[in-house]
Design a protein. Structure first.
Lengths: 552, 925
C-alpha cells in the first residue's frame, strides 16, 4: 500500500481537500485521524504496517508509516510550537505550494519558506518520550515479528544508517538494551499518561537530539546528547494491560474466547499449577497461590481503598534456593511482561527504583506498565548497610505492595501515580516488604513423571488463559454478601467468647480477594459457595503456613 | 470573574499596496516573526486600520520614509540600518533594550525616555529601561515626540511632515499599526484611572458594605505613589515600580478598555502606561528628582490564570498570568547593554551598543589623528550592564492531569525581578509569552519550523494556595512580607470561594458534616475525626504582655493509641494531605536529627548549612508522627520542648540556635504488647513517658472491640467496597477535600474568636465538674486540661466562623476532653479518673497499693530459700499470685523501694536482672 510508504502524500491530499485558510476549520481535524482509522480498522490491516524497533529502524525509510508499541516514559518533553502549514517554494524551479507541515519534520532543505508565519498557522504539539515495553517476554516479541521472507530480505538492503540511540537512564531497568523514540502528538487528549502502554501509528521522522528544555539559549538546538528517532503520531491507542499480542487492544476477551476458556479453565488450571509447582519445588499449594497472583489485578479504587492487589511472598529457607530462577523462567514463558530484580544491597543502594525528575524524568525500576510481574529476589541480599538511597527504594517497593502507588520524585514536590504491578517476592525468611500474603515453601519431592516441559500448544493455552481471565468481569451476588457478613459476625462472636484471636476486617478483605481469584481461576465469573469455601480454606492454610516461620 | 475582553484583532500582516520594494526586507525579517515590534513593521497606517487615521504616523519606518531625508543627512545618521536592526532584534538575543544611537537622538530608539521637558540633562544620564518588554518602535517614537517635540530629531525631520498637525500630537488619533491601540486614547484613559480610581469603587461592586475608611474613599493610586516616593526618598536604591492590579482597571468604567488592550498588546500598551505614570508622577511631585530613573508599571492579576499546558500559539506576545513552582534559577547574568572601548594607542574612547546580543568591536580608532587599526580594547568596568536571569518553572502540582508528568517552562527575569524568587517558591507570574524559532545551526540564519517558547516576566507574586495558608499571625511574625506580594492587594481568596465558605458555615449540622468529611474512607471513629478536625482549626495564639509569658500556644496536640490495623495511619496521612505545612514522619525511621534540625555541608559551597527537620518544617502547621512509641529517647526529649515552648534548640557543629517550631502534633502509637490490655491503665499500655503523654490535649484509644452491630456494619462496609456500591461512609453530604482545605484556611486566617462571659462561666463550671469526677481523692484535671478546653472551644468557634466562643463550644470541648480522659486516664482497677496516672504514671490507687505490694513481694521473696532470684521469674510468680495485673513498671517501683530499704539488691541488665536478698525480712523485723 502506497499509504504505508508515503503517508505524507495522503495527508497533503486531505489537507488540500478539507482545509481552507482563514476559515475556522479545526486545525486538529482535517480528516486525517478518521481517514487512517478507517484505513486500518482491523488487527489484520494494522499488522501490515511495519513495526518500528531497534532492528527495523535502520531499514525503514524516512517519512514512512510505522507501528510502534511502547511504554510512555515521560509525557512532558518541552512543549513545542511548530508550523502547521506554510507556503513554500521549491528550490530548483521556485514553484510555490501551500503545504501542511503537520506529521512531518517541517520543510525540506530544498524548500524555502516564503510566507510570513502567523499565529493561526502554528501548532502546539507535545512530545512523549517512549521506550520499548519494559520486561516484554520473548514470545510476545516474536509474535510481532514479520514472518515472511520478504521482510528478511528487506532487512539486508543497505540504506543510510539512521541513528537510533537511547537515553539509558530513561529506561526502567539499567543495563537492559532497549529502543526509544520521541512520539510527537497534537492531540490534547490527556488520558494517555506515564507508564501507559500505547500503540502508535505514525510517520517516522528524523532522529534528533531531545531538547531537554534546559538550554538557556532558546534559539539554538541542544548540541549534546543522543539522537532519538521521532514518530509523528497519527493514531495513538492505549493498549490494555494484558500485553498479549493476539488479544484485542482494548483487552476485553471476546465472548467465544471466554466460553472456551470457562469450559477448559479447570483442566488448564490443573496443568498450570503442575507446571508452576515444578518451579517452586513441588509445593502445589504455593503453586496455586502463584497462579492466583498471576490473575490478580487492581480493578477498583473506591474511596481510597485498593481492591484486587495481591502481593505474594514465598519463603524458602534452603541455601542457594533455585526457586527464584526457575520461577522467572516459568513466568517468562506464560506472562507477557516479567522482570526479575535481584534485591542485592548494591542494587538497592546504587540504582533507583522510583522515577525522579532531574534534568529530565529519569526512570526507576518500578516504572513499568500495568500488569507487569516483578520478581524480587531477596535471597540475593547479603548483610551490610543500606544507605539513604536504599531506604527510599525499599519505601517505594513497600508503597507499591501496600497501596499500588508510586511516587515520582520531582524537585520540591513528588507526584503519586497509581500502579498495578504484581510483586512476587522470594526471600529466605520474612520479606522486608509488607505483603498481602506470605507463606513458607514446603518442598515435595516430585514424582518423575511430573517433570515434563509443557508443549508449545499448552504454553499457548496458558498464556491465553492468564491474559483473558485476568481481565474478565467478575461479580458476586447480594445473597452471597449477606452470608459472608453473617459468617464474619458469628466468627468474631465465637472468637471473643473463646478468647482466641479475633478475625479482623483485614482478614475478611483478604478472603474476599482470594475468593475472587479462586473463582476466576476456575473460569467462573460469579462467586459460588464452593469457591468461597475454597478461598476460606486457602486463607486458613496461608495463616498456618505463615505462622510456622514466626515460631521457628 | 472573567474579564471582558475585546475581540482581538488578528495580527496578520496585511499586504501593502505598492510596496514591492519592501519585499526584500520582509524576507529577512520573516525569519524572526515573533519578537515585538518586528512582526508588524510600522507603515503608513492607512492599510492597517480603518479607524479613521487621517495621518500616517509621523516617524513611521516605511520605505517611503527615507525619501524624506536629504541624502547627506541619511549618510550621517545611521537611522535606516539601525531601525531595521531594532526591528529584527528578537528579545532573547537582545534582552537588553534596543540600542541607542550614539548621536544622542535616543528618542528614535525604542527605549522610552520618560524624562520631561524640564529634565534637560536627563538625556545624558543613564536611564532605567525596561528589560522585559521592549516597546514597539512606533510607540517609542511617538512617545519621544510627545515628551520632547523640540528634539533635534523632530527638527531634523520637521520639514518633511505637515508640522501643523503633528506638533500637537494630542489632537490626532493615532493607532498603532496592526492593533486596535489608539495611543492618545490609552494615555488619557489611564491617566483618568490613576486620578480617579478608589478602592471604594471596587469594593462596592465586589461585596458592598456600609462603611468605608477614609483612605478607601480617596483616589487609590496617588496614595500608593505617595508611599512609593517616600520610600524612594528614604532609600536611594529603591525599586521604582508600581504594581498594578489589573482587576482595578475593570472597576473603572473609562479605563476598562485598557485592560483588554494591555493583555493583547503588552508591547504597545505597557510603554504607554509607563509614560502616563511618569507624567502623573512628575505632575504630582515636581520637585522629586528620580535621578534619571523612571517608574515602571508591573501589571498583575489579569483575572484569569492560564495553565502552562494551555499556552498555545495564539498566546504568543500576549500578557498572561501563569502559576507555577520555581524549579531552578540560573545565576545572574550580566547582560551587556553598552560596551566601552579605548584605543591602546591614543586612549580615544568609543562605545558600542549591544545589537541582538552582539557587540560590534570597532576595528579602527575613531580618532582621525590616530586611526590605528585593531587598537581598540574593551574596558569592562565602563560598560553598561543589566541583570538577567533564566529560570525554569514547573506547573503547579495540583493542576497536572492524572497520569501526566509535570511540565515546565522557561522564564526570563530582568532587572529588579532577578533573584526575587528562589527554587521551591510557588509563584503567580504575569509575563509576556514568547516564541522564538529554533536555529538549525548557531552560525546560520536558517530557522526550523519549530519554535521554542518562554515567558518574559513582568510581575512575580508569591503564592501558596494548595496547602492551607500559613497563619497570618505567624507569617507576619517572622518578619517582612515579600516585596512582590502585590502592592495593592485587596483580597487573596476569590469571591466565589468565600461565598461558598460562608454558605457552608450556615449548614445546620456543620460540625457533624465537617467531621464526617475528614477521611471519609475511614469507618466510624466519629470522636476522633472531631478531635482531628478541631486540631486543624486550632485555637488562637495569644500573647499576654502583662503576664510576661511571650506566647500561649493555640496548637492542639492529639495522640492516637490503638491496636494495629485500626486505620490510625490513614487518619494521619489524610491530615498530612490537607494540613498547612503538613509533614509526615515515622517515629521509627526518623532519628532525632530528622525530626529536629541538622547541620549539613552544602555540596556546592562547602559551607555548613542548617537544615530544618520535620518539626521546624511544619512550623505553623501540623506535624504527623506515625509510630510515635518507636521513637528514640533523644528525639522524645526534643518533643518536650516543642510541645510546651514551641521551639527547637540546636547545638551542632558550632551552630547554636533556637528555631521556631510552632506546630501541632498528631501522633499515633501502638500498645506495648501489640494488643491493648484492658486490665492495665493507658500509661502502662504505651511505651511513652507519662510526662510526654500529658502534653497532648486529646488522647484517643482506637480499639478493636467485638460488638455485633458494629461488626455487621463493618463487614457490610468492606463488602460494599467489593460490591462496587457506593460505600457507606456516613452519607453523601460530605465536603470535598479542597473545599474543606480552603474552608479551614479561611477560618484560620479570618476568625479569631474570643471567650464570652457566659462561655467563661461554663468553662469554669466544666473544669470544676471535671475535677470533681475523681471523688475528691484523685486529681482528675489540671490547669493543662483547662487550657486544652479553652483551645478546643476556640477551635470549635472558629469552625463556625464565629467571633465569639459560646457556651456550646465549651460544652463540646469539655465533652471531648472527658471522653478522651475516660479512655486514657481511667484507672481500670477503680473505675475512676485519675490525672496522676497521666502526669506521674502512678495513680493514687497505686500509691495505696504500693504498701500492700511491698509486703506481698517481701513475703514472696522470703518464701523462696534461694538468695539470688531471677527478676523475670519473680515478676511472673508475683503476677500469678496477684489478682490484679502488675505491670513491670509497678514491679520495679516496688523493688526500688525495697532496694532503698536495703532488703534486696538488684543487679544485671534488662533481661538478666537478678534480685539478691541481703537479709531475710524476718531477720530485720
Amino acid at each position: 500500500m502506497s499509504v504505508i510508504e508515503r503517508p505524507l502524500e495522503t495527508i497533503q491530499e486531505l489537507f488540500r481537500k478539507n482545509w481552507k485558510e482563514g476559515e475556522s476549520t479545526d486545525k486538529n481535524d482535517f480528516g486525517v485521524t478518521k481517514h487512517f482509522q478507517e484505513l486500518f480498522d482491523t488487527r489484520e490491516k494494522l499488522s501490515k504496517i511495519p513495526v518500528l524497533d531497534a532492528q527495523s529502524i535502520s531499514t525503514l525509510p524516512l517519512n514512512s508509516l510505522v507501528r510502534f508499541r511502547c511504554m510512555v516514559q515521560d509525557t512532558e518533553l518541552s512543549q513545542e510550537v511548530a508550523l502547521f502549514a506554510s507556503t513554500i517554494s521549491n528550490k530548483p524551479d521556485g514553484e510555490e505550494a501551500f503545504i501542511c507541515h503537520r506529521y512531518s519534520d517541517g520543510p525540506h532543505e530544498d524548500q524555502m519558506l516564503t510566507s510570513r508565519q502567523n499565529q493561526e498557522l502554528m501548532d502546539l504539539r507535545s512530545s512523549y518520550y517512549c521506550v520499548s515495553v519494559p520486561g516484554q517476554s520473548q514470545w510476545v516479541k516474536d509474535a510481532d515479528k514479520p514472518t515472511d521472507l520478504d521482510a528478511a530480505v528487506d532487512g539486508l538492503k543497505l540504506e543510510e544508517k539512521k541513528a537510533s540511540e537511547v537515553i539509558a537512564e530513561r529506561f526502567p531497568f539499567p543495563a537492559v538494551s532497549h529502543f526509544a523514540a520521541v512520539v510527537k502528538t497534537h492531540s490534547s487528549d490527556v488520558s494517555i499518561g506515564v507508564a501507559d502502554m500505547v500503540e502508535v501509528i505514525g510517520v517516522l521522522g528524523a532522529s534528533d537530539k531531545v531538547s531537554s528544555g534546559d538550554s538557556f539559549d532558546f534559539q539554538e538546538e541542544s548540541t549534546a546528547g543522543p539522537r532519538i528517532p521521532t514518530v509523528h503520531a497519527i493514531l495513538m491507542n492505549k493498549v490494555e494491560d494484558h500485553g498479549h499480542p493476539e488479544l484485542e487492544v482494548n483487552g476485553r476477551p471476546t465472548e467465544t474466547d471466554l466460553e472456551n476458556l470457562t469450559r477448559d479453565a479447570k483442566t488448564i488450571r490443573e496443568n498450570l499449577i503442575q507446571y508452576i509447582a515444578q518451579a517452586v519445588r513441588g509445593d502445589k499449594f504455593a503453586a496455586e497461590l502463584v497462579l492466583l497472583q498471576l490473575l490478580a489485578r487492581v480493578y477498583s479504587r473506591p474511596s481510597g481503598a485498593v481492591l484486587g492487589k495481591f502481593s505474594l511472598n514465598l519463603k524458602d529457607s534452603t541455601a542457594n534456593s533455585p526457586v527464584a530462577k526457575s520461577l522467572e523462567n516459568v513466568a517468562k514463558s506464560v506472562l507477557p511482561k516479567v522482570h526479575a530484580i535481584p534485591m542485592t544491597l548494591e542494587n538497592l543502594n546504587k540504582n533507583y527504583f522510583y522515577p525522579r525528575g532531574e534534568e529530565h524524568l529519569c526512570s526507576g525500576m518500578l516504572q513499568v506498565t500495568r500488569g507487569t510481574l516483578l520478581l524480587l529476589d531477596e535471597t540475593a541480599m547479603e548483610e551490610g548497610t543500606l544507605v539513604d538511597q536504599g531506604i527510599k527504594n525499599l519505601k517505594a517497593v513497600s508503597d507499591v505492595s501496600l497501596y499500588q502507588t508510586l511516587n515520582y520524585v520531582f524537585p520540591y514536590n513528588s507526584l503519586e501515580f497509581q500502579t498495578d504491578i504484581s510483586l512476587l517476592i522470594i526471600s529466605f525468611g520474612s520479606s522486608l516488604i509488607p505483603v498481602d500474603c506470605g507463606i513458607t515453601l514446603k518442598p515435595e519431592p516430585a514424582s518423575p513423571d511430573q517433570q515434563s516441559e509443557p508443549t508449545e500448544e499448552e504454553l499457548q493455552s496458558f498464556r491465553r488463559y492468564i491474559s483473558a481471565l485476568r481481565l474478565a468481569e467478575y461479580k458476586f451476588s447480594e445473597d452471597m454478601a449477606k452470608e459472608i457478613e453473617t459468617e464474619f459476625m458469628e466468627q468474631r462472636k465465637a472468637a471473643s467468647a473463646a478468647g482466641s484471636t479475633l478475625i479482623t476486617p483485614n482478614d475478611l478483605a483478604l478472603n474476599i480477594s482470594l475468593a475472587r481469584l479462586v473463582a476466576l481461576s476456575k473460569g467462573e465469573l460469579t462467586l459460588t459457595r464452593e469457591c468461597w469455601d475454597h478461598a476460606v480454606a486457602l486463607s486458613k492454610q496461608i495463616k498456618e503456613r505463615s505462622s510456622t516461620t514466626t515460631t521457628e | 470573574m472573567s474579564s471582558p475582553r475585546t475581540p482581538r484583532t488578528p495580527r496578520r500582516p496585511i499586504a501593502r499596496p505598492g510596496t514591492s520594494s519592501s519585499q526584500g526586507r520582509d524576507n529577512v525579517s520573516s525569519d524572526f516573526p515573533s519578537s515585538p515590534g518586528l512582526q508588524y513593521p510600522s507603515s503608513p497606517g492607512v492599510g492597517g486600520s480603518g479607524l479613521g487615521v487621517n495621518s500616517p504616523l509621523p516617524f513611521a519606518t516605511t520605505p517611503g520614509f527615507q525619501v524624506q531625508y536629504q541624502p547627506g543627512q541619511f549618510a550621517q545618521t545611521p537611522i535606516r540600518p539601525h531601525l531595521q536592526d531594532s526591528e529584527l532584534s528578537s528579545p532573547m538575543a537582545m534582552p537588553s533594550s534596543p540600542p541607542r544611537s550614539n548621536l544622542g537622538s535616543s528618542h528614535l530608539r525604542s527605549d522610552i525616555s520618560y524624562g520631561t521637558q524640564r529634565d534637560g540633562q536627563g538625556l545624558q544620564t543613564p536611564r532605567r529601561r525596561r528589560g522585559d518588554v521592549v516597546s514597539s518602535p512606533q510607540v517609542a517614537r511617538h512617545l519621544a515626540l510627545m515628551t520632547d517635540p523640540a528634539s533635534d530629531f523632530a527638527l531634523n525631520s520637521g520639514g518633511a511632515f505637515p508640522t501643523s498637525q503633528d506638533n500637537d500630537p494630542t489632537q490626532v488619533v493615532k493607532v498603532v499599526w496592526g492593533t486596535s491601540v489608539e495611543i492618545n486614547d490609552v494615555i488619557s484613559r489611564f491617566k483618568d484611572f490613576l486620578h480617579e480610581f478608589t478602592q471604594k469603587s471596587r469594593i462596592t461592586q465586589e461585596n458592598p458594605r456600609g462603611l468605608y475608611t477614609e483612605s478607601e474613599k480617596q483616589p487609590f493610586y496617588p496614595q500608593l505613589i505617595d508611599q512609593a516616593s517616600e520610600i524612594s526618598v528614604m532609600r536611594r536604591t529603591a525599586a521604582r515600580q508600581l504594581n498594578l492590579d489589573c482587576q482595578n482597571l475593570l472597576y473603572h468604567p473609562y479605563a476598562k478598555k485598557v485592560h483588554g488592550m494591555l493583555i493583547d498588546y503588552p508591547a504597545e500598551v505597557l510603554p504607554l502606561l509607563d509614560f502616563t505614570l511618569n507624567e502623573f508622577f512628575a505632575d504630582a511631585y515636581p520637585e522629586d528628582d528620580l535621578r534619571g530613573d523612571s517608574l515602571m508599571i508591573r501589571p498583575f492579576n489579569l483575572g484569569k490564570c492560564i495553565n502552562t499546558r494551555d499556552l498555545g500559539p495564539s498566546d504568543i506576545d500576549r500578557l498572561v498570568t501563569v502559576k507555577g513552582l520555581m524549579l531552578r534559577t540560573s545565576s545572574v547574568i550580566p547582560n551587556v547593554k553598552k560596551a566601552f572601548f579605548q584605543c591602546l594607542v591614543c586612549e580615544q574612547s568609543a562605545s558600542s551598543e549591544a545589537d541582538r546580543g552582539r557587540i560590534t568591536e570597532p576595528t579602527k580608532c575613531p580618532n582621525q589623528v590616530c586611526g590605528a587599526l585593531n587598537s581598540m580594547s574593551l574596558i569592562h568596568n565602563r560598560g553598561e550592564y543589566a541583570d538577567k536571569q533564566v529560570c525554569r518553572m514547573q506547573e503547579m502540582p495540583e493542576s497536572i492531569p492524572d497520569g501526566q508528568t509535570p511540565q515546565s517552562i522557561s522564564l526570563v527575569v530582568h532587572d529588579d525581578l532577578v533573584d526575587v524568587c528562589k527554587p521551591g517558591d510557588r509563584l503567580e507570574i504575569t509575563a509576556v509569552f514568547r516564541g522564538v524559532p529554533v536555529r538549525v545551526n548557531p552560525r546560520q540564519r536558517t530557522v526550523k519550523s519549530l519554535y521554542r517558547t518562554y515567558l518574559d516576566v513582568v510581575h512575580i507574586k508569591k503564592s501558596d494556595k494548595k496547602r492551607l495558608a500559613i497563619d497570618d499571625e505567624i507569617s507576619n511574625h517572622s518578619g517582612k512580607r515579600a516585596t512582590y506580594q502585590g502592592g495593592d492587594e485587596i483580597e487573596v481568596q476569590s469571591e466565589d470561594i468565600i461565598a461558598k465558605i460562608k454558605e457552608i458555615s450556615m449548614l445546620p449540622n456543620l460540625y457533624e458534616t465537617l467531621a464526617r468529611s475528614v477521611a471519609p474512607s475511614i469507618f466510624e471513629h466519629d470522636d476522633i475525626k472531631k478531635g482531628v478536625l478541631l486540631q486543624m482549626f486550632g485555637g488562637t495564639n495569644k500573647t499576654f504582655r502583662k503576664a510576661g509569658s511571650p506566647r500561649y500556644r493555640g496548637d492542639i496536640n492529639v495522640l492516637l493509641v490503638g491496636d494495629p490495623g485500626t486505620s490510625k495511619s490513614q487518619i494521619l496521612s489524610y491530615v498530612h494531605k490537607i494540613a498547612p505545612r503538613g509533614v509526615y514522619t515515622s517515629g521509627k525511621g526518623s532519628s532525632a536529627v530528622g525530626l529536629t534540625a541538622y547541620v549539613t555541608r552544602d555540596p556546592d559551597t562547602r559551607q555548613l548549612v542548617l537544615e530544618s527537620g520535620a518539626l521546624v518544617l511544619s512550623d505553623g502547621g501540623i506535624c504527623c508522627i506515625d509510630e510515635f512509641d518507636k521513637m528514640s529517647d533523644a528525639t522524645r526529649s526534643v518533643l518536650h520542648e516543642v510541645m510546651e515552648q514551641q521551639t527547637v534548640s540546636v547545638a551542632k557543629a558550632g551552630i547554636i540556635t533556637t528555631l521556631n517550631a510552632r506546630t501541632s502534633l498528631l501522633a499515633a502509637a501502638n500498645p506495648i504488647h501489640s494488643q491493648y490490655n484492658h486490665r492495665l491503665p493507658m500509661v502502662d499500655n504505651i511505651d511513652l513517658p507519662p510526662t510526654l503523654i500529658s502534653r497532648f490535649d486529646l488522647l484517643y484509644l482506637v480499639l478493636d472491640i467485638v460488638n455485633e452491630t458494629s461488626d455487621r456494619r463493618l463487614a457490610r462496609h468492606i463488602l460494599s467496597l467489593y460490591l462496587e456500591d457506593a460505600p457507606e461512609t456516613g452519607g453523601a453530604d460530605i465536603i470535598p477535600i479542597d473545599t474543606l482545605t480552603s474552608y479551614i484556611s479561611y477560618a484560620r486566617n479570618n476568625c479569631h474568636p474570643m471567650l464570652t462571659e457566659e462561655a467563661s462561666a461554663v468553662l469554669v463550671q466544666c473544669y470544676l465538674d471535671l475535677r470533681k469526677l475523681g471523688g475528691g481523692k484523685q486529681i482528675t484535671a489540671t490547669t493543662r486540661q483547662l487550657e486544652s478546653m479553652i483551645r478546643l472551644a476556640e477551635a470549635r468557634a472558629r469552625l463556625r466562623l464565629s467571633p465569639d466562643v459560646e457556651k456550646e463550644d465549651v460544652e463540646e470541648a469539655s465533652r471531648l476532653i472527658r471522653e478522651g480522659l475516660k479512655e486514657s486516664a481511667m484507672d481500670p482497677r477503680t473505675g475512676l479518673l485519675d490525672m496522676d496516672l497521666l502526669t506521674t504514671g502512678q495513680g493514687s490507687y497505686d500509691r495505696g497499693h504500693l504498701e500492700d505490694m511491698r509486703r506481698e513481694l517481701l513475703n514472696l521473696l522470703n518464701a523462696s530459700d534461694k538468695t539470688n532470684l531471677r527478676w523475670s521469674d519473680v515478676l511472673a510468680d508475683f503476677n500469678a499470685q496477684s489478682s490484679v495485673g502488675v505491670s513491670e513498671e509497678q514491679f520495679s517501683r516496688v523493688l526500688g523501694e525495697l532496694e532503698q530499704q536495703q532488703y534486696i539488691k538488684v543487679s544485671g541488665k534488662r533481661g538478666l536482672r537478678v534480685i539478691k536478698k541481703l537479709m531475710t525480712g524476718q531477720d530485720r523485723e
